[in-house]
Ligand binder design. Sequence first.
Ligand code: KG4
Ligand code: ZN
Length: 330
Amino acid sequence: MESSCDETSAAIVEYRDGVFEIKSNIVASQIETHRLYGGVVPEIASRAHIEAVSSITTEALSEAGITLSDIDCVAVTTHPGLIGALLVGVNFAKSLAFANNIPLVSVNHIHGHISAAYLADKTLRPKFLALVVSGGHTSIYVCEDSLTLREIGTTRDDAAGEAFDKIGRVIGLPYPGGAALDKLAYEGDPKAIKLPSPALAHTLDFSFSGIKTAALNYLNSAAQKDEPINRADVAASYTKQIVDAIVKQTSAAIDETGLDTLVLAGGVAANSHLRKALEELCKNKKIKFVVPPKSLCGDNGAMIAVSGCFEYLAGNLADTSLNASASDDL
Ligand code: KG4
Ligand code: ZN
């Protein structure tokens, strides 16, 4: 079960002989609802999760051709995310598990995003490097084992997804701006507008507030002078700087750790420019590149089920006191 932001999802995943297989992965997106407001409205998100959660679970079971008695474990995202949204999934999963006598496990959303890579590459095994780029995170981790992440780089302020969405909204693209900006960037000149790099020197960290402000200043100053702006040039220059910064820090992380596999995960992993640039980087460094298909990059229940399976196998079972948390720690 996944309900941390604006997607309600229920999935059935089977684990056999070290290999995960998706039996069903139902995602009810609230994007159309939040588009009216230009961003996720937490209260509306919680209500929409409540409306969807029961029916998508029934649908997931029916598509997988099983009943609740076939389920070995219920896994649910408990953190991080919007607290009201998370609580819907957590309370539903708790009721489902305890009413039917099924073990319950708690899953960290970030671990979930990375676990989508096990669905993309059946041979993937830790240790590997993982880059998580989403609406709330831009972080580089060493995955020590399937349950342990060691953060070696992160954003000091906004996340890349948030930075894409913000500028997308300001230049009039529909919410969420990330996907629309991705397409528009192909039509512009990536060298047209000078913007600061989000890669912080001498670290593996990022800061996206500077590039966001610089892009906003550029747009505001053009508006004040009544000068037309070329939206495609903005999209191309902004995307190039963000992608270059992520590639720079990831390249340094590969050199620093000497790991031979890079996993790209999170909603922004759907960005075609980023996928291409990281594929190229891994080719040059002669390391393996694993990225889930776009359908498994955004929030979905299947990635949570994979992570939950690792928790279950490690014996990390939850009880009725299980709660949700908005922050990275439960
Ligand atoms: O992982 P996710 O679904 O939710 C969070 O956990 O945050 O990520 C959502 C983010 C949004 O900011 C959205 O604009 C971004 O992923 N995104 C993209 C693309 N598709 C989704 N950003 C850039 N290019 C895309 N193609
Ligand atoms: Zn996410």
